[in-house]
Design a protein around this ligand. Structure first.
Ligand SMILES: Nc1ncnc2c1ncn2[C@@H]1O[C@H](COP(=O)(O)OP(=O)(O)OP(=O)(O)O)[C@@H](O)[C@H]1O
Length: 582
């Protein structure tokens, strides 16, 4: 139960919902327990010939009144207890999502989306069940059992009660045992389900690759194998339930068998009345449910505790990258960037992605970065954005180490156009304005013009209100890149970073975008990463990376003259252009 400690505040805050809910529930129980008493008197009146027409009416009214009372208070307890458990689910899900948002990039490199989705759905559901229906069942089980047994033994017959109840503890024990098995099988069903979710999700994300490699059949087979695995796991659960229900009925009917045989003997010998006998059986049927509930509730609480433990394990993960206690916002931020002797290895990697990397990018200047794939270009940006922290060397902005600058300030001041140009399933306007709270359509259109995407957007029927992605228009690679450029520009950041962001546009459009950006880049620091010389040739400084190290440095002309790797890239591209134009 220690796992539920985290919910202490919630439980205290909502204690009245629980207390009142349990109170309504107890009222329902008491009303239910009145029914056997009514039956007892009614039967006795019938068997002794005392039942009059008014008596019959009275008993009928009692039953109706009890029924209405039960319905009313049952509604109330559901609203209170089930309501509070739904609130818990809501708050816990929000808490989990907020926490997951705060975790560092590296967490997502090592955890599967399918698993996280399973936590957000199945585990939270199990916790809700434990603290909603679980509480109801527990209260019911304890209260109903105590009252029903004491009523049976005091108002009817102690020995009859004793004998009739013999099978019930076995029933509770067996349900507990079954429950453990059910839990274990349920867990493997959930694991199989989360593996299936993962496959489906990846499959849809990569549908174009699958189609272009004609892998539909292979994917269907993979899916069908995982689906069969899930089916088999579900069938083991079905089998267990199949045995479970008849077993419970058998055990419960044993109690009735004893009650009928022994009870009727007592009636025949006049030790109890017929009414007592009817009331006794009615109490007994009220008892079967709490006995079952005891077994279930133990399982439900165990399952809830296991889920709570898993959620706690996530909530206990400290975000790796947080503000230092003395972190500050910078005044009059200019955007001077210095990398000083930075060596960096990704977690779980065994080679350096950057080695002794030093560069100075003065405010207002531009740096071009070129290098083979995997040479460490994006890594430089990951470190500047503090998506990963470094252990060797320093990175500073305006002479302040970035780990002493508030993360929000740091990232707010960097306009980053990522390599994938990821867009959300919302309108183009909202995608462009993603990083700003207040914006006007004029601003949106202005940055879209600079990014050379405005003309494309207004050609869509719904213009800037066009939905992108799953629910709308699929943008071309180049349109996506330009939309993400606009998204970075609207923030008006002091530092602009384009990570291979012009690769999907033709050289003419690239030229236009770079021309348009010139004004934007004035007084700002710009980093342009590219595979194409044309993108970076006008940069104030260009560095050539190879295996995490700077191998050449200079401006376009200097680099051509030194006839190194940069010159090689240049020659290759000239050749490619020649072949393309022929
Ligand atoms: N999250 C990660 N964990 C481990 N290794 C990584 C991770 N990200 C990148 N790497 C490795 O670090 C090296 C540098 O990667 P980086 O993404 O910086 O290259 P790049 O020059 O930007 O390549 P490209 O031009 O293909 O985008 C590569 O060898 C890559 O495999």
């Amino acid at each position: 139960m220690k796992h539920f400690k985290r919910l202490k505040d919630f439980l205290i805050k909502n204690k009245w919902s629980y207390i009142l809910g349990v109170l309504w529930l107890l009222i329902v129980d008491v009303l239910q327990l009145l029914v056997p008493e009514v039956l007892r008197r009614f039967t006795d009146d019938v068997s002794s010939g005392h039942l009059t027409r008014e008596g019959l009416l009275r008993y009928g009214l009692y039953i109706i009144a009890i029924g209405i009372g039960i319905a009313f208070f049952r509604f109330l307890w559901r609203m209170y207890i089930i309501g509070v458990s739904r609130r818990l689910e809501y708050e816990l899900r929000n808490k989990l999502f907020t926490h997951l948002q705060s975790l560092s990039t590296n967490y997502y490199n090592t955890h599967k989306t399918g698993d996280l989705m399973a936590h957000a759905t199945n585990d939270i559901n199990a916790i809700r069940m434990a603290l909603g229906p679980g509480v109801v069942m527990m209260t019911d089980a304890i209260f109903m059992t105590a009252i029903a047994i004491s009523m049976m033994s005091t108002t009817t017959d102690l020995r009859l009660t004793f004998f009739a109840l013999i099978p019930l503890p076995f029933l509770a024990y067996a349900i507990g045992k079954f429950g453990k098995k059910i839990n274990a099988r349920f867990k493997s069903v959930q694991e199989a389900f989360s593996a299936l979710t993962d496959t489906v999700q990846e499959n849809f994300a990569g549908i174009r690759v699958i189609k272009s490699f004609v892998q539909e059949e292979a994917e269907v087979k993979k899916f069908s194998d995982k689906n069969r695995f899930l089916f088999n796991k579900n069938m083991t659960l079905v089998k267990l339930f199949g045995m479970f229900h008849p077993f419970i009925q058998l055990m419960a009917s044993l109690s009735f068998l004893i009650a009928i045989f022994y009870g009727s003997t007592l009636v025949i010998y006049g030790q109890i009345s017929l009414g007592d006998f009817v009331a006794f059986n009615s109490y007994l049927s009220l008892l079967v449910w709490p006995m079952m509930a005891i077994g279930w509730v133990i399982n439900m609480l165990q399952r809830g505790a296991a889920s709570m433990e898993r959620i706690n394990n996530i909530l206990d993960v400290e975000p790796e990258i947080v503000d230092a206690p003395d972190a500050i916002d910078l005044d009059n931020f200019k955007g001077d960037i210095v990398f000083d002797n930075v060596t960096f290895k990704y977690p779980n990697s065994d080679y350096n992605a950057l080695e002794n990397f030093s560069v100075y990018i003065p405010s207002g200047s531009s740096l071009g970065i070129i290098g083979k794939t995997g040479s460490g270009k994006t890594t430089i940006i990951n470190l500047l954005l503090r998506l990963y922290d470094i252990e060797e060397g320093t990175i500073s902005l305006d002479n302040h180490n970035i780990d002493k600058i508030k993360l929000k300030f740091l990232r707010d001041n960097i306009g980053y156009v990522d390599q994938d140009s990821f867009l959300f399933s919302t309108t183009i306007a909202e995608n462009i304005a993603f990083g700003v709270d207040n914006f006007s359509m004029d601003e949106v259109e202005n940055v879209a013009r600079i990014a050379e995407v405005h003309e494309n957007i207004i050609d869509f029927t719904n213009g800037y209100e066009t939905f992108v992605g799953e629910r709308g228009v699929t943008l071309s690679g180049g349109q996506k890149q330009r939309t993400s450029i606009a998204r970075a520009l609207i923030k008006k950041p002091q530092i602009l970073i384009f990570d291979d962001s012009l690769s999907a546009v033709d050289t003419d459009t690239e030229e236009k975008i770079l021309q348009g950006l010139k004004d934007e880049m004035k007084n700002k620091t710009t980093i342009l990463i590219a595979h194409r010389i044309s993108t970076i040739k006008d940069c104030n400084e260009i560095i050539v990376l190879d295996e995490g190290k700077i191998v050449e440095k200079g401006n376009h002309l200097q680099l051509l003259q030194s006839k190194g790797l940069y010159y090689e890239f240049y020659q290759k591209q000239l050749l490619e252009e020649k072949i393309y134009n022929e």
